[in-house]
Design a protein around this ligand. Sequence first.
Ligand code: NAD
Ligand code: GLY
Length: 364
Amino acid sequence: MITLNVDLGERSYPIFIGQDILGDPTLLSPYIAGKQVVVVTNETVAPLYLEKTLSGLTDYQCETVILPDGEVYKTWEGIMPIIDRLMQKQFDRRVTLIALGGGVIGDMTGFAAAIYRRGVNFIQIPTTLLAQVDSSVGGKTGVNHPLGKNMIGAFHQPQCVIADTNTLNTLDERQLSAGLAEVIKYALINSREFFTWLSDNMSQLVQREPEALAYAIEFSCQDKADIVAADEKEAGQRALLNLGHTFGHAIETALGYGNCLHGEAVAIGMLMAADLSVRHGWINNDVQQQIGALIQKAGLPVSVPVDTDARITAEQFLSLMAGDKKVLDGQLHLVLIKALGQSFITADFDIDKLNETIKAFATA
Ligand code: NAD
Ligand code: GLY
């Protein structure tokens, strides 16, 4: 087992990464303050991993909340079954919530923990690749609004993160690829060496070769932990983690939550960032093609899908991006690419070139 640390002073916490560590009471119990626990999961993950998780919690008064599965349920109303159960059971401020599932369950459970009695503890047990490399680390919690992705939320750090890589064996191929988008993101943000490693090892990752997956998860978590430790509340450099996200969130919202997976939308968004960077002359076509080739090798889309009825127009792109959290004082900030392994945050881009990029990717 590998242990990494997110260094946030008195709110520091460990990330445990290993095989078959789910439900290990020695990992869980040091991070549960009281006697009350609520495990939140969904109807897909529950039959796979709930029993094993509960086997590590026999010493606690333990409740289980099983939510419906899907990004479409990541709403204000969607977290009410968690709050309702906490209220019905009169659970006190020492209760610990445990998020068992992918990023949707992690974001919803973390947000419920952030607002119940003005904040209670929670633990992340991520079971998708995306959640193990990104969403379970860093304390961003929240839900979607019909007009914008992740627009209601709070920063609320977990007590610990327990990533059992064995859980990835039951993930379907499309979801594994969605997680690989966020892994590629770390390479594009700040590591040319990791980009090269990914280019050499993408087939092994797609085939779930355990050593390759373990390295990719460790690298990604360490990178995220370092960025979060330096800028917890996104006053500056943490915004680099949003590479591809402003474009991607517009795609997810316009196509209807769940139609284009978050990781898929981020992959297309990273290509849009590359496209815009080429139009500014910051990178050349060759770099954009290398990024596109890696995304494709990961089994991810390189254009907005048109296999559902939903479409995204250039106007929708612009209006959804204008409502994104990355707008500051009315000015849109984007994460763009200077070189392979070197991204930067800027509001200083040419609006005509942005329009050209958007037109190239709009589907209506
Ligand atoms: P998800 O939570 O919807 O999980 C994907 C699918 O896999 C679901 O159907 C889920 O039930 C299923 N699943 C989960 N674990 C499984 C397993 N081990 N075996 C089989 N099936 C399993 O999606 P996701 O990609 O994990 O997360 C996406 C969400 O994360 C988005 O809402 C996104 O906004 C959010 N996110 C948050 C952050 C953050 O910092 N908080 C970062 C990135 C993404
Ligand atoms: N996924 C972006 C962040 O955690 O900041």
